[in-house]
Ligand binder design. Structure first.
Ligand SMILES: Nc1ncnc2c1ncn2[C@@H]1O[C@H](COP(=O)(O)OP(=O)(O)O)[C@@H](O)[C@H]1O
Ligand SMILES: [Mg+2]
Length: 390
């Protein structure tokens, strides 16, 4: 049984033709639009001599679509949902058209060499779809189920990072029902342990959606209510004032490499959704001007964070570094970082000597490598007798 998967999954290396890459974009999270822009630049940069690209869109409602030129149609709202559903079967031997388009092209799963999920946030970056990929047996770019799920949850990520000695901003977290039942007690704890100003975040969030800064009790309550619209788990962090936002790109599986650091100069008081994508006034400084020991330290923490959450393929690790004292705080890890043409992840690699198309080659190669490794670690155990029979 295993050898059949093995043969199929080593196909790209042996096949003379192009590697078929399914780029999955859109998704059900609040970051759907960001994903469309990330996917556009990935599709534009993938070497068409090497790769055949299969476009798959997951709509905000969760419908799967597949077809040539789909991304452009979706962005221009020219797509009709009737145009054809698609799905990836969790059964690796299901060889009927399993990634189905309406006409003209049905794909069997043997046609897919690698999946490139370009889905930010929940239902894409959080391990859910990675679980499906694992079942399907198709190699995929980026972290596996555990790394994705942990990286998505800011509380668990912080706990794991703290555990290996990476400094994080002081924090408190709670579930929605706990807040509903004892809001006064929780607010008192927050004020006592953290004080103002504070950052209030849905534990599973991205692109700053649902995140706000609270400067007093009234705005704290408002911020918690906002965050509860996005998650039942809430993270409250002490605000690191007068801090620089420093980001590092990581690439690799078990022996990852780090890029030079970059700095974000946000156009708003903090790097919110508008400052990230809409007003166009935020700036990126690459490489960030930091003293060498600080660079070494953030790179070391980035690798340690990557390892701690069991990440693979890629991640962008973000830090806050205080302006006066250069004190470093880990902020978060993004397992499917932004890939727009102005996004930090590819830009940091470019500044480190790795051009965008080559970066994509590496990511695809790493996905195939990871799959081979997991096949080698297959389930070889067979009981010495059939003890389980009656
Ligand atoms: N503890 C903090 N102190 C200061 N600024 C913060 C803090 N936490 C978050 N921020 C600001 O909020 C932005 C978004 O927070 P972040 O945790 O990175 O969420 P997201 O995953 O949505 O990007 C950061 O880029 C930074 O500008
Ligand atoms: Mg962030």
């Amino acid at each position: 049984m295993r050898s059949k998967i093995e043969n199929r999954k080593s196909a790209p290396a042996r096949r003379a033709g192009k590697i078929k890459v399914a780029v999955i974009f859109g998704g059900r999270s609040a970051e759907h639009e960001v994903s469309l822009v990330s996917a556009s630049s990935i599709i534009a940069a993938l070497d068409k001599e090497k790769y055949e690209i299969i476009e798959i869109c997951i709509t905000k409602e969760g419908k799967w679509l597949c077809g040539d030129g789909l991304l452009e149609r979706i962005k221009n709202k020219k797509n009709h949902y009737e145009e054809g559903g698609s799905f990836i079967s969790p059964d690796p031997f299901f060889n009927y058209p399993s990634l189905v388009d309406g006409p003209p092209r049905p794909f069997t799963k043997d046609d897919l060499d690698v999946i490139f999920p370009v889905l930010h946030g929940t239902f894409g970056e959080d391990g859910t779809i990675q679980g499906l990929f694992e079942f399907s047996g198709i190699p995929y770019v980026g972290a596996g189920v555990l790394g994705s799920a942990v990286g998505m949850d800011k509380v668990i990520t912080k706990q794991l990072c703290e555990n290996v000695g990476i400094p994080v901003a002081p924090y408190i977290w709670f579930f929605e029902n706990e807040f509903r039942n004892s809001s006064q007690k929780i607010i008192n704890q927050i004020e006592k342990k953290l004080g103002y100003p504070l950052f209030v975040k849905p534990a599973n969030s991205g692109s700053s959606v649902g995140i706000s800064k609270a400067k007093n009790r009234k705005s704290l309550i408002k911020s918690i209510k906002l965050a509860l619209n996005y998650d039942r788990k809430i993270l409250i962090e002490k605000s690191i004032e007068n801090a620089r936002e420093i980001e590092i790109s990581v690439l690799g599986n078990d022996d990852p490499e780090v890029s030079v650091p970059g700095e974000i100069i946000s156009s708003n008081e903090f790097y919110d959704y508008d400052a990230k994508y809409i007003d166009g006034k935020s700036e990126a400084i690459i490489p960030a001007k930091l003293a060498n020991p600080t660079i070494k330290k953030v790179q070391e923490y980035a690798l340690l964070g990557f390892r701690s959450i069991d990440c693979a393929g890629m991640a962008r690790v973000d830090f806050l570094v205080t302006k006066k004292t250069n004190k470093i705080y880990f902020n978060e890890i993004n397992t499917i970082p932004g890939f727009t043409s102005i996004s930090m992840y590819p830009k940091l690699w470019e500044a480190s000597g790795l051009r965008y198309p080559r970066l994509l080659d590496k990511l695809i190669h790493l996905a195939i490598e990871k799959k081979k490794q997991s096949i080698r670690k297959g389930k070889n155990f067979t009981p010495k007798n059939e003890w389980y029979r009656n």
